[in-house]
Design a protein around this ligand. Structure first.
Ligand code: HEM
Ligand SMILES: CC(C)=CCC/C(C)=C/CC/C(C)=C/COP(=O)(O)OP(=O)(O)O
Length: 365
């Protein structure tokens, strides 16, 4: 493990001297201005843009799991836990990747690169977020939701960030599964278990990731090359990347339709899946025949709209239709049984109470 970490460290590019003295921009600020500036910089460590969509997938999955509106406090705690655990994982990613982030225009403005936040402070921040998330998920949601959070964190922060990203062009295919863990947190939070439906939703995010990311990597290939990150377009070329995007698109389309067979989603979702899938497939086909960056850029932008709308359609469907599958039926029986057991307990206490002359709680030994 130590040898592995050392070899990963050896692959890291040396940090370049920074153009401005790190804290020279922060120290002259006073009071509220300084607080707001630092709060914004810490928030940047969590990658808020990506975080938003991750949380949308988790939240919408809760609605599907509940077949409508989930229990309010479970929903609030599970969402907060997801925000915190994903924010923590993204912060670790930024700490680890400072050396390559400084080499790419897209990432060169990040707080750890420009020096407005020190790595040690970022690590403490990540630890606080991560620990709070695990506490919230374990004690206020349920242990399975917490386990999915921890697994997603380890998958992204360790497996993807510290190993796969710099090792193989399959990095985002294997590592992409990390981004699908919020879905499992959402489902586990509501049901306390993981059936076939959450794994299908997991597969949707998993198969969506390659066309999402490779579209971007196609027009950022020079940057990734400079940073020596082996992304698919750099290693295998644009032709292979575009072909593989089409393959994953096809798998994505199949999985979105398969979800329709579970009974947990209905017609509204299916119509959206077909229309959005047709749009995304069209984009990927245009990318395949495009010699410029034009369609790659449009496809990356559309990928984000695609996933957001697909999950929105799942939610609308669940809120509208109130699907009542075998799972919901069994859950309802379980709830009724719990209520009857509780009523029986109360009857038993009353009977014991009436059978004794003195109230049971004042009886002397
Ligand atoms: C291994 C998997 C993934 C990789 C490598 C990846 C990579 C990226 C990259 C490099 C960007 C550009 C960020 C920037 O402009 O600085 C991006 C943007 C984005 N990604 Fe992904 N992504 C992955 C998975 C996901 C997942 C699972 C989601 C959500 C479900 C997601 C949602 C987004 C969103 C919403 C943006 C736009 C962010 C913004 O405009 O601020 N990504 N992604
Ligand atoms: C439950 C749980 C904690 C799950 C983890 C979910 C998670 C944080 C997914 C992140 C996906 C993502 C931003 C990949 C890009 O990383 P990158 O390093 O390739 O992107 P960059 O170059 O912009 O830093």
């Amino acid at each position: 493990m130590i040898r592995l970490a050392r070899s990963r460290l050896a692959m890291r590019a040396p940090l370049q001297p920074l153009p401005v003295l790190p804290f020279s921009r922060v120290w002259p600020m006073q009071g509220v201005q300084r607080f707001l500036f630092l709060a914004r910089e810490f928030a940047q460590l969590t990658k808020p843009g990506i975080l938003r969509l991750l949380v949308i997938t988790q939240f919408c999955t809760m609605l599907v799991a509940a077949g409508g509106v989930p229990e309010l406090w479970t929903a609030i705690w599970a969402t907060l836990g997801t925000v915190l655990i994903c924010g923590s994982a993204n912060t670790i990613n930024m700490v680890w990747d400072q050396d390559i982030d400084q080499l790419m225009g897209r990432t060169a403005h990040r707080p750890l690169v420009v020096g407005t936040i020190k790595p040690a402070h970022a690590l403490i921040f990540s630890g606080v977020l991560g620990l709070s998330a695990v506490m919230i998920l374990t004690f206020l949601v349920n242990p399975l939701a917490a386990l999915m959070g921890i697994a997603g964190h380890a998958y992204y922060a360790v497996l993807y960030t510290m190993w796969l990203k710099r090792s193989t062009p399959q990095n985002i295919v294997i590592g992409g599964a990390a981004g699908a863990f919020p879905v499992l947190i959402g489902w586990a939070a509501v049901t306390g278990e993981l059936s076939i439906t959450p794994w299908l939703i997991f597969a949707i995010v998993f198969f969506w990731t390659p066309p999402h990311f490779w579209a971007l990597a196609l027009y950022k290939d020079v940057e990734y090359g400079k940073a020596n990150v082996p992304m698919m377009p750099n290693v295998r070329g644009h032709y292979t990347t575009k072909l593989q995007m089409l393959v994953y698109m096809l798998l994505l389309l199949t999985t979105t339709l398969a979800l329709g067979l579970t009974g947990d989603v209905g017609l509204i979702y299916l119509i959206a899946a077909v229309i959005l899938g047709a749009g995304f497939t069209y984009c990927c086909i245009r990318v395949a025949f495009d010699k410029t960056d034009h369609w790659a850029k449009r496809t990356f932008a559309f990928s984000i709209i695609y996933l957001g709308l697909l999950f929105a359609a799942m939610s609308v469907d669940s809120l509208q239709t109130h699907h009542f599958t075998e799972r919901h039926y069994l859950a309802a029986i379980e709830r009724d049984a719990d209520r009857m057991r509780a009523e029986q307990d109360i009857d038993e206490i009353r009977r014991l109470h009436n059978a004794t002359e003195a109230p049971v709680w004042t009886a002397t030994p």
